[in-house]
Design a binder for this molecule. Structure first.
Ligand code: G6P
Length: 605
């Protein structure tokens, strides 16, 4: 999704802006651009290609400047075309980059058109540029403050005026924006990672803030126009994870990093105590009578798997919600609810909005599970758990998913411990199983060659079914999502018992069916469901535990995951599904790490 980088300095900032854009590429984008201040009128370069190609253009045209703003755009209003790419100018004076959506842009456009402004783009952002211009009388800060008061929707913006060479102004409401300060420069970015190596000193702006930046200095104003001091945070960031090593794609690298990421997430945990969760204590858990899990996409699937853990382990009722739906329904809420937003990025607009909605209803026992320290979600909740996945670059989430599951399992088991449903013997058993998991994951990942063989067949089809039961049904959903996201193969997941209630009509030899078959209490039922597929000539690709009695001899293709891993089994079964999607995508030569139309961090609703 859109990414912003801006800098005001005494040296040429363009190389830093380009480097910042490269680091934001992981968010997903379809066009990009840079603008710099230049005496007379601002200059810019924009394109619908990758940042590398923008960098070549910039070097060809010698674009340089000590004040500049840059952007990766993920189109919402207006096609991904060069003329819609940011930075957007108003009358060659005001330059703007924007992330978010201005919902009342049509009415603002009408006002501005009546004032004589001509619109060159199809974007909602252009109203911001012209509105700032219309209020501008030589002071960019007051023009931005006046303009932002008229916006409805979400925004993060960075702006400069060509009449004020040493000044940049930023503003945010609903979309993320962080300011950074160096000795003789100041920065803005959507994500602190864009500024790693340029500064360690960050200020996380709050909703409604406007920030005035000059080299080495910044002043923040809140939504009421009062000057406020937001805390400085010193964050040493590592760019570890940003290199591919011997892997062909980040997604493949991240799939294989999972044993390490899981071990890192578990860290030194040797007891299930509330202190595992930053900011939590016994009272956080004792009062809980219900768990509400909020998330989108893969993070929502993590919630669906965990639902069964909370019920089984902690004997707690659970509500799992797609974040974008939750806030638009009347809720019958229970004040004893523990609200758990789950998000890799911690910046997903829908999940943040759902969390705020829950808080507005008075549910203030909130615990975020996220992979990015200092992200909006991690800062907004009362307690938090930071997963140890490390930076995830591939748009299709893999290691973030399995580490979210680890965090959720720890949460369910800790709640169980506090509530008395997990005796100490069981606690030790869970901790031992968790410690054993990375090795079991390695064994499953070692079966990549067999998955490649499956992928050579499955990649030739345009449709696939995924089946699972119990906690493996959401794993089937996750497998299907991965196949859609990166291999562009239409895939649907069903709880295996549902197949005969409709989807079976679609089973033919052209419909490969991928099944997750743990050696659990539902195995015999699942086998019957598989028979229903076989009987109609369907091709079955089964991810099965040892001891299930399923083997290739029965006309099935079977990949063995080892012995049944109890409640943690879903984590092992998702690994072959991730690899399958990856190798199908390789076979179909898609843009695996940046799949079409998708973004890693979805910061608009
Ligand atoms: C996007 C990504 C998905 C991700 C979802 C939720 O749609 O493409 O991979 O699962 O956002 O993201 P979050 O950062 O909240 O986990």
């Amino acid at each position: 999704m859109c990414g912003i980088v801006g800098a005001v300095s005494q040296r040429n900032v363009v190389p830093m802006l380009i480097e910042g854009l490269r680091r934001l590429e992981y968010r997903g984008y379809d066009s990009c651009g840079v603008a710099v201040h230049r005496a007379g009128m601002p200059r810019r370069a924009r394109c619908t290609a990758r940042v590398n190609s923008l960098a070549r253009t910039i070097s060809d045209i010698h674009l340089e400047g000590s004040l500049g703003i840059a952007h990766t755009r993920w189109a919402t209003h207006g096609a991904p075309a060069t003329e819609n790419a940011h930075p957007i100018f108003s009358r060659d004076l005001i330059a703007i980059v924007h992330n978010g959506i201005i919902e009342n842009h049509e009415s603002l456009k009408a006002i501005l058109t009546a004032q004589g402004y001509e619109f060159q783009t199809e974007t909602d952002t252009e109203v911001i540029a012209h509105l700032v211009h219309s209020f501008y009388d030589g002071d960019l800060l007051s023009a931005v403050i006046r303009a932002t008061r008229m916006f409805r929707g979400a925004y993060a913006i960075a702006a400069f005026s060509n009449d004020e060479p040493g000044r940049m102004v930023g503003a945010r409401d609903g979309s993320s924006l962080v300011a950074g300060i160096g000795e003789t420069e100041a920065f803005l970015a959507s994500d602190a990672i864009a500024l790693a190596g340029y500064t360690n000193r960050f200020i996380f702006l709050e909703d409604g803030d406007v920030v005035d930046l000059t080299p080495g200095n910044l002043i923040t104003w809140d939504r009421n126009g009062r000057s406020v001091k937001r805390p400085d945070r010193m964050i040493a960031q590592s760019l570890e994870g940003a290199s591919l090593g011997s892997f062909s794609h980040y997604m493949q690298k991240e799939i294989f990093e999972q044993p390490l990421a899981i071990a890192r997430t578990l860290g030194e945990i040797d007891a299930l105590t509330p202190s595992i969760f930053n900011g939590a204590d016994r009272s956080t858990f004792e009062s809980v009578g219900k768990v509400l899990l909020l998330g989108c996409g893969t993070s929502h699937h993590a919630g669906l798997v965990a639902q069964q853990w909370f019920e089984t382990i902690a004997r707690l009722p659970v509500q799992v919600e797609i974040a974008s739906e939750f806030r638009y329904r009347d809720q019958c809420h229970d004040p004893r609810t523990l609200v758990v937003p789950v998000s890799q990025s911690g910046e997903t607009a829908d999940t943040l909005a759902a969390l705020k909605y829950a808080q507005m209803m008075g549910l203030d026992n909130t615990l975020a599970i996220g992979n990015v320290a200092n992200s909006a979600m991690m800062r907004t909740t009362r307690s938090a758990f930071l997963t140890g996945a490390g930076m995830e670059i591939g748009v299709a989430s893999t290691k973030a998913f399995t580490t979210q599951l680890i965090a959720l399992f720890l949460l369910a088991a800790t709640l169980g411990r506090v509530r008395g449903t997990v005796p100490s013997q069981q606690e030790s058993a869970y901790l031992q199983q968790l410690q054993d998991l990375p090795i079991a994951c390695r064994a499953v990942l070692a079966q990549e060659p067999q998955i490649i063989a499956w992928a050579s067949e499955i990649s030739q089809h345009e449709n696939a079914f995924y089946l699972g039961r119990g906690a493996h049904y959401p794993i089937a959903m996750e497998g299907a999502l991965k196949l859609k996201e990166i291999a562009y193969i239409h895939a649907e997941a069903y709880a295996a018992g549902e197949l005969k209630h409709g989807p079976l009509a679609l089973v033919t030899p052209e419909m490969p069916t991928i099944v997750s078959a743990p050696n659990d209490a539902l195995l015999d039922k699942l086998k019957s469901n598989m028979q229903e597929v076989r009987a109609r000539g369907g091709q079955l690709f089964v991810i099965a535990d040892s001891g299930t009695g399923l083997s290739c001899a029965n006309g099935l293709r079977v990949l063995e995951t080892g012995a049944y891993f109890g409640l943690l089994s879903p984590i092992l079964h998702v690994l072959p599904m991730q690899l399958l999607a990856y190798h199908c995508a390789c076979a179909r030569q898609t843009d695996i790490d940046k799949p079409r139309n998708l973004a890693k961090s979805v910061t608009v609703e």
